[in-house]
Design a binder for this molecule. Sequence first.
Ligand SMILES: [Zn+2]
Length: 555
Amino acid sequence: MASPEPVFAPYRLAPGALPEEAARAAASAEATPLVAGAGEPLPGPLVNTALADVPAGRAASPAEACRAADGSTAGGGGPARACCSSPRQRAKIAEASRAAVQAGFAGICLDRPDASLALGLLGAGFCPECQRALARHLAREYGEHFQPVDYLALARAAIAQASGAISFEQLPFGRDFWRVRHDALPRAIGDYARDARDAARAANRPFDVVAQFEEVGHAQLRAARHLDAAIFPARPGPGTAGLGLARLLRAAMGRRPCALAPAPDATPAALARLAAVGATCGVDLSGVEPSGDAGREVAAVRRLARRLQRHAIAPASCDPVAECAILYASEADLWTAGRHRAAVERVAEILAALHVQAPIVTKVQDAPPGAVLVLAGCAGMAPHEAKDARRRLEAGAGILALGEPSAADEAGRPVPSPAFPPGKPGGTRVGEGTYAVLPPLVKDGATAAPDGALLDRALAALLGRGRRAATVLARVPVLVILHRVPGALLVHLVAEERAQGATLFLGVHVAGGARRARFVSADGQDVRIPMNPSGNSVSTVLPAFRGYAVLSLSI
Ligand SMILES: [Zn+2]
């Protein structure tokens, strides 16, 4: 970001709060930058580090809002939601950005620009602007002789005939409609960001463009590439606790700052857990009140995260150690309406529970050499991704598929892909590589527990036995996430319950011959501890701790 923040943990000033008092409390909890309404009178020094809140997802009036399939104002009775395809909305946001530059703000925070998309298939996308965008797409897709259709009438007829919940596949030109709606958000965010940066350039000032999204999804993750930082809702997928989501967001954001906004009713215990789990991937919490039990615990995690950042060893500046690399395939997310993403989050947590180091990647090429590529619920991936995966397999890599992978073309139509032969849990030889297939983790919308014995067999076939990056022997679950930078290995640890006498083993292929390590915990410990050689690993008994801790080794 233009103004590097120690930790990206945006804090929204409550309207009418005394700004200096609130800012002091937030700063003491390292909850920065401040996000303030553009009209809030902020004292000069505060403005220069604050982001101006821009209500990008709100329509100025119901007349300017997007529309639902039944013709009503998008918003389901709540505030009217803006249309992503509306030039009028773009002009309003550009105006707000210029005003923020002039008022001296450090940047803008686009508030829920995805508000209309978050209403789902039938809740928005039926206003005249959206329908024009669809008509342009249809003419492109089906040629200039394509007769314009009264899409609204067609859609309403299909909805009237459908029984129960309706998916995009049941709408006429449903895949086109789904694609156009999801393309509108990244395009809009790109436009909003360009307008804001143009205004800042004209004023010769550094300026950050940040967005807080209402949902995590295909369009939001694509839109994020236009931003300097982003805030996503902390709504982990079914059957997951948050690590999978944090891994996914880190993958989507690369080294840029990213925060999670917890649900308003999250308990102090849930907030503390989320702060610790997020910290292992360099993802902080936004919007936690600095006072109270949760505020104190979250602040302690932030102080440790800030210390890592000062030494350039925070997760976002390091590379995750990868025994497996889980592919998040953007196209599969779109065409499975999120089921692929749910499977990705879930497999990340299943592997973490086994202490397998498994970051998420957004491209096959980003999987480090030697890592087993994991394809979870990968239905409808882009044909070139399927080809890249096959090439990697033939060249000697391992692939673990949970559910048979498949490819789809630009319009979401399944295409026959010779990339993946039938496989079995124990692995099949393909070229120089090994291909193992397990049953899907998400079936008919419900998550299924993996068969532990089958998973063990597949991992043994793919990773080999006995050569693991990290294992922990402890009476309580301990999460271990490894990152490295040249010269150092960082072991991020989370124990929800107090872990006493936990023994950590690190493979010599990641830890080298380190004989000493430094253990720092959010609960205040900072001690040097010995590492003991034991066969192909080095081991140590960790000091008793609860919550978040980091062990650093010079390698
Ligand atoms: Zn619209």
